[in-house]
Design a protein. Structure first.
Length: 255
């Protein structure tokens, strides 16, 4: 994908990888970015769009999402065509009232909610145990581009290995992460893979259900997938104008 800086002086080829959990989410993104061809990788299939974006159904959960995304990033780097941006995308739960069903959320922090240890005094994140990280922060300039182009709400998106199914669990997560607007199962894994390759990451979620008691009758998966398609339809042209200059100021060592 060739992206032109706003001042019209710099033209930079920036390749974008979009990682979803499952094919239905990938296909929702593809409806905004018509596909041109399929490329087979070990254990995965990339859908390359006519605009030059690569779409990957990376698998459910942070571990498989990280492994699949890392594989795609490595394959691209070895081919001499590395990605300049990774986007973790899909549907997820939204914390009321900040992220109602059908809304779009872009992460200003991609945070893993349950990586750590339970103690008698409560949960300790892995950082307080003296190793690892629990949060990746997308470039602020790109978060603004997404929000302005799509109307997405901005806040923390939590990555969980077990989807929240009770009011008590939802309350506990909000108490530990007061800035949380949504939860998913893949964002942190995708972000870890991107960080290992020193590539910036975004996470975008369309809200399909409230975070809290598990009530399948309240899920609006079709509406969320439609919101994902609409969001990427607005986002792609915005990134064409603003991605290259935004990446010029991004420092991987600060993230």
């Amino acid at each position: 994908m060739v992206l032109q800086a706003e001042e019209g002086l710099i033209t930079t080829a920036v390749r974008v990888l979009v990682a979803t959990a499952v094919p239905v989410e990938r296909d929702a993104v593809a409806r905004a970015l018509p596909a041109a061809e399929e490329i087979r990788l070990p254990g995965a299939v990339l859908c390359r769009t006519a605009a030059g974006w690569d779409l990957l159904a990376a698998g459910v959960g942070p571990a498989l999402a990280a492994a699949s995304t890392a594989g795609a990033l490595t394959a691209a780097a070895l081919a001499g065509r590395p990605y300049g941006l990774v986007i973790s995308a899909g549907i997820g739960g939204g914390f009321a009232p900040g992220a109602p069903v059908g809304s779009l959320v872009v992460a200003d922090a991609v945070t893993v909610a349950d990586l750590g240890a339970e103690t008698a005094d409560g949960f300790l994140p892995v950082t307080e145990l003296g190793f690892g990280t629990v949060t990746h922060r997308p470039p602020e300039s790109l978060v603004r581009v997404v929000s302005e182009a799509t109307g997405a709400r901005t806040g923390t998106i939590l990555t969980v290995s077990t989807v929240t199914g009770t009011a008590a669990r939802a309350a506990a997560l909000r108490a530990r992460h007061p800035g949380a607007l949504a939860e998913g199962m893949e964002g942190f894994g995708v972000a870890e893979a991107a960080a290992a390759h020193r590539v910036p990451v975004l996470e975008i979620r369309a809200v399909s259900n409230p975070v809290g008691p598990r009530d399948r009758a309240a899920w609006r998966i079709g509406d969320a997938l439609a919101a994902l398609t609409e969001g990427f339809g607005k986002l792609a042209p915005a990134l064409e104008r603003k991605l290259a200059p935004a990446l010029e100021s991004w420092n991987p060592h600060e993230h």
